[in-house]
Structure formats: C-alpha cells, structure tokens
Write a protein of this length. Structure first.
Length: 165
C-alpha cells in the first residue's frame, strides 16, 4: 500500500508566465533534467542543461522514475501521463526545480521525482509514497489551486521518517 504524506507548508504561488517551457507529447513517459556534471562531482556544475523525454509504459513508469533519479547526470525526474494537462506538468516541473534548489542549498539530497497527476495505486511499487505540494497558479486575476505530487522512494521515505522524530 502506498501512502500520502502532506508537505505541511502553505501553498506555493506561481504565475503562469513564469512556468518553464516544456514540450511533451501525448505519451506516458518520464521527463529527465540532465545535469552539466555528475551529481557526485566535486564541481559546482549542478545546473540542468536540458531535458529529455523518455517514452515509458504506464505500468512501470513510477518504478522507472525512481531508477532514473539514481543516475549521476539526472537532476530531476517528472512522471508525465498522456492525459495530464501540460500546464499541470509545467507546474510540477517548476516545483521540482524549486525543491531541488532548496535541497542543494541546505546540503540535502537533491534527487527529486515529481508528477502533476498522482498515479493510481496499481501503478505504484511497494514502499513508494507521495508528498503533496499545494500550488496556487495565477494567470491575471484568476487563481487555480493545483497539487503537485513528489514521489518519495524507499531510501528517502526512511530518512524523512527519522527526520520527523
């Protein structure tokens, strides 16, 4: 059974005009942020220089996202389902970038996996949990609430539980 962990913070506020550009087709897949230097590098090259889209079958995408996040040149992973509106994925990518920056600045583990739509339980491997990050998306005078889901994989689930004690 997979769990949901509340982020516990007030909603982040983003403006539509500030969302990153993403070109993701009508597919089930992963969007990978590629780093200029490996994650464990002693250099400061932790800037994502581009993103790649990888077509992945829906029944293995959450597990594959966890695996891809372990690669040394991957800075951010986003799970994108073909039916997820692109704006939700753009918001998820923006939240993932912010989470990654915050964790790097705090000296924490910067591996981040996000999604704009929480996958159904039958697509989620055992031990994987989700943290909800509420966002208020502004476009002019209109504000839309959106939830971004962070995929918390097993080694990070244990670390976060210990941090709460």
């Amino acid at each position: 059974m997979t769990g949901v962990v509340a982020a516990g913070a007030a909603p982040w506020e983003l403006h539509m005009r500030d969302l990153p550009d993403l070109l993701v087709g009508y597919l089930d897949g992963l969007v990978l942020g590629v780093l200029s230097d490996p994650l464990n590098s002693a250099s400061g090259g932790q800037i994502m220089v581009r993103y790649d889209v990888m077509d992945v079958q829906a029944d293995v995408m959450v597990g594959a996202s966890v695996g891809m996040a372990q690669l040394s040149r991957v800075g951010l992973v986003m799970v994108h389902r073909r039916f997820t509106p692109l704006v939700r994925s753009r918001v998820a990518w923006a939240v993932g970038l912010r989470l990654r920056r915050e964790r790097l600045a705090a000296g924490g583990d910067p591996r981040v996996v996000v999604t704009g739509a929480r996958p159904s339980a039958d697509l989620v491997p055992d031990g994987v949990e989700f943290t909800a990050h509420p966002v208020r998306l502004r476009e002019g005078d209109t504000v839309s609430p959106i939830e971004v889901w962070e995929v918390v994989f097993p080694d990070l689930v244990a670390a976060r539980e210990l941090a709460r004690l």
